[in-house]
Design a protein around this ligand. Structure first.
Ligand SMILES: NC(=O)c1ccc[n+]([C@@H]2O[C@H](COP(=O)([O-])OP(=O)(O)OC[C@H]3O[C@@H](n4cnc5c(N)ncnc54)[C@H](O)[C@@H]3O)[C@@H](O)[C@H]2O)c1
Length: 421
């Protein structure tokens, strides 16, 4: 039974719409459903409390329900102040008894008070997207009076923060880097972020992409996906990078590559997906064309130097939901979604079909922590390759795609160094 003190959502009357949307997403999450069927029989999480800090979307709701079928006691807060779907949050509380603390548009203070609320649930497992729960717990480790067995981390930026904690000898419990599973970053970051970032850009602005010069900062997993999809819609894509190898890859994939200084005066639209800070800075804003649109799809809202933009602008006003106009001299620059991840702020985030694999990884990572708790050290682990391949196998099965198996002769040949031409 969820009481008023054990949740904080915008409006419980939104629940029926949220429930319909959760069910709509479920039909594209067959791998998660199969895992849920097994969890329901085996109850691996009986007596286990899991506190999650994830984007509160329809797909996350399906992950929560899968863990619940396995017997977990759950609490959930948002991993970004703008990414909560209020109807989904309402349905999770009202229809499914999950303790949710998340309101779209919450200020920073509320965001962190919601993180405190899920920590008050005394989790045995933490589940992060960006490492905010883990870092909050570690900052007050001497006050933690409950047994944490392990944690999971969903995104690149979170994994970077965790590896920095390991380097500092600061990590107090084992964490599974879900992002580093092949069935996560090769699909979620590339195809999910690729498509949903364009979705966010278009829902916020309704601009025509064909013929526009789109500057994509960062050619990692997300950037590659985004560049390919923007090109597919007719954009003239320009990439900026700091890594020689990724730059070569972008060039050979057929994209123009420039320094950000050069691209600043060329682009019509700028999107950052680097996980880095101040990638678009004061000197770049000063060069941008009138009407330039600037957005971010990296985890934190630090990739665009918004303070500098505010400082050099003579005025700023909201001209459309998720679009803010900044005036510099007689030029106007448009910032989307306060520089927060545009795909989750202005659109619905990744499609369920891709989150199916990411959240299959999350579910199995939680089970892995429980099964292996005796031997796990305070390190960052990548999920067992066997589990990763099993997720891919189940996904292919759900898609009705068959593949070949190696013959005995082929296995022998591939394992041998003796045979040549
Ligand atoms: N929007 C979403 O839903 C979503 C989904 C997945 C990941 N992410 C986030 O997106 C970001 C990128 O993730 P990824 O998996 O693509 O990481 P990645 O490490 O694969 O790629 C990041 C790329 O940015 C480049 N880079 C770093 N600093 C740069 C700079 N100053 N200028 C240009 N390029 C620079 C790096 O060299 C690298 O190639 C992370 O913050 C991650 O957490 C967001």
């Amino acid at each position: 039974m969820v009481t008023k003190t054990s949740y904080d959502v915008k409006d419980l009357s939104l629940a029926s719409e949220g429930r319909k949307r959760i069910e709509w997403a479920k039909k594209d999450m067959p791998v998660l459903s199969m895992i849920g069927d097994r969890f329901e029989k085996e109850k691996p999480f009986k007596g286990i409390r899991i506190s999650a800090c994830l984007h509160v979307t329809t797909e996350t709701a399906n992950l929560m329900l899968t863990l619940k079928r396995g017997g977990a006691e759950l609490s959930l807060c948002a991993s970004n102040p703008l990414s909560t779907q209020d109807d989904v949050a309402a349905s999770l509380v009202k229809d499914f008894g999950v303790k949710v603390f998340a309101i779209k548009g919450e200020d920073n203070k509320t965001y962190y008070s919601h993180i405190e609320s899920v920590i008050e649930n005394k989790p045995n497992i933490t589940m992060d997207d960006g490492a905010d729960v883990i870092s909050t717990i570690h900052k007050k480790w001497d006050k933690i009076d409950f047994n944490i067995l392990g944690g999971t981390e969903e995104t690149t930026t979170g994994v970077i923060r965790l590896r920095a904690m390991v380097k500092d000898n600061a990590l107090k419990y084992p964490v599974i880097a879900v992002n580093d599973s092949m069935t996560k970053h090769m699909f979620d970051n590339r195809y999910g972020t690729g498509q949903s970032t364009i979705d966010g850009l278009l829902r916020a602005t309704n601009i025509l992409l064909a013929g526009k010069k789109v500057v994509i900062c960062g050619y990692g997993w997300c950037g590659r996906g985004l560049a390919t999809r923007a090109k597919g819609m007719g954009a003239d894509v320009i990439v900026t990078e700091v890594d020689e190898i990724k730059t070569l890859e972008a060039v050979m994939d057929g994209f123009r590559v420039m320094s950000m200084n050069e691209a600043a005066s060329v682009g019509d639209i700028f999107i950052t997906v680097t996980g880095d800070i101040n990638v678009i800075d004061e000197r770049h804003f000063k060069k941008m064309k009138d009407g330039a649109i600037v957005a971010n799809s990296g985890h934190f809202n630090v990739e665009i130097n918004i303070d500098a933009l505010k400082r050099i602008s003579s005025s700023r006003k909201r001209v459309k939901t998720f679009v803010e106009e900044f005036k510099i001299g007689n030029r106007k620059i448009y910032l989307l979604a306060d520089g927060r991840l545009v795909n989750l702020s202005a659109a619905e985030g990744h499609p369920a079909s891709v989150m199916d694999m990411s959240f299959a990884n999350q579910s199995l990572a939680c089970e892995y922590i429980l099964k292996n708790r005796a031997k796990l050290e305070n390190k960052v682990y990548v999920i067992d390759e066997k589990i990763d391949r099993e997720i891919a196998r189940l996904k292919l099965k759900s898609m009705g795609i068959k593949i070949d198996a190696l013959t005995g002769e082929q296995k022998k040949y591939l394992a041998s160094w003796r045979e040549g031409t």
